[in-house]
Design a binder for this molecule. Structure first.
Ligand code: NAP
Length: 298
């Protein structure tokens, strides 16, 4: 293996410690804690784990956590009414609705109801539009965390060729916007892209957000490329094991032979997502309370 392994877990721990410091000074200035509300509808076990760990991390940073668990058969009206209450609640700076929602609910309408000033997931049309316009706003956590790792590793990204594989609203599209704002030359690849290995081979930066286990091979990479593996896929368990291994969208073993640096799975982008959620909540809290936050503080 020749690639440096990018330690997202360590970076996320440092970010969380910084958030905790600023959360304490925010509390002194504003006379209240910054607060994050997380809404979970139904009993999806994976979502329950995410919501629990978000709540725990919020409290550990010295912020207030409000968990709203609603029954699987919650109506659209009841969910929208809860969002309205959270929008109006001055103790709530960030609102996160855990996705996916049960099938009978209109996810887009629910996300659109969130006050953009509290949109810590960065998914409302206002947040998405501000990102495209290059205006300050709240940016989706996973791509922002990925960008932080890239800038920490490479410094300026200006002029670099970046390929983002995946064009989801949650990861691929905002990732491409963030890289464009850093003056990268950005290509967005997706399931209809012709000759993907050839496209990837041009890139100084590869961000894989596909949801296909170990799809990107070392032979696809330009030597020395920086690889950010967003994918989280659980393989089928081998005989005798209760759980399968977690792998990314990149074949780590072969990619690490060619790349200059690469994020592991787990321990790469994953831990960044919650750390950036806390960061976004604190940024929103400062704006909502009219408390100044030094530029680039977080
Ligand atoms: P998604 O909504 O399913 O989007 C996947 C994207 O990959 C789509 O744009 C799709 O193209 C593209 N794609 C699928 N097959 C492809 C192929 N063979 N070649 C090229 N492109 C292909 O997934 P997502 O929400 O963006 O998530 C992507 C991965 O990141 C998943 O593994 C997810 O678990 C992980 N994830 C991790 C975190 C974290 O905290 N680390 C957060 C979010 C997501 P089309 O648009 O053409 O269908």
């Amino acid at each position: 293996m020749s690639a440096a392994v990018i330690d997202g877990k360590a970076f996320a721990a440092t970010l969380r410690a910084t958030v905790a410091e600023y959360a304490a000074t925010f509390e002194q200035s504003a006379g209240r804690k910054a607060g994050l509300a997380v809404v979970l509808v139904g009993e999806d076990p994976a979502s329950e784990v995410y919501v629990r760990s978000k709540g725990k991390a919020t409290l550990e940073c010295g912020m207030a956590s409000f968990e709203h668990k609603l029954a699987e058969d919650t109506s659209q009206e009841a969910l929208l009414a809860l969002i309205d209450r959270l929008n109006a609640d001055p103790a709530v700076d960030g609102i996160l609705v855990q996705l996916p929602l049960p099938k009978h609910l209109d996810e887009q309408a629910v996300v659109e109801r969130i006050n953009p000033a509290k949109d810590v997931d960065g998914l409302t049309p206002v947040s998405t539009g501000r990102l495209a316009l290059g205006l300050p706003g709240l940016v989706p956590c996973t791509p922002l965390g990925s960008l932080m790792l890239l800038k920490d590793r490479l410094g300026s990204l200006s002029g670099l060729d970046a390929v983002v594989i995946g064009r989801s609203i949650l990861v691929g599209k905002p990732m491409a916007q963030l890289l464009l704002a850093e003056s990268c030359t950005v290509t967005i690849a997706h399931s209809r892209t012709k000759d993907l290995p050839d496209v990837v081979r041009r890139a100084d930066i590869v961000v894989a957000a596909v949801g296909r286990p170990e799809m990107v091979k070392g032979s696809w990479l330009k030597p020395g490329a920086t690889v950010i593996d967003v994918g989280i896929n659980r393989l089928a368990p081998v005989e005798g094991a209760s759980k399968g291994r977690l792998v990314g969208d990149v074949d780590f073993a072969s990619a690490a032979e060619v790349a200059g640096a690469i994020t592991p799975v787990p321990g790469g982008v994953g831990p960044m997502t919650i750390a950036v959620l806390l960061r976004n909540t604190l940024v929103a809290a400062h704006r909502n309370a009219g408390v100044a936050l030094a530029k680039d503080a977080l």
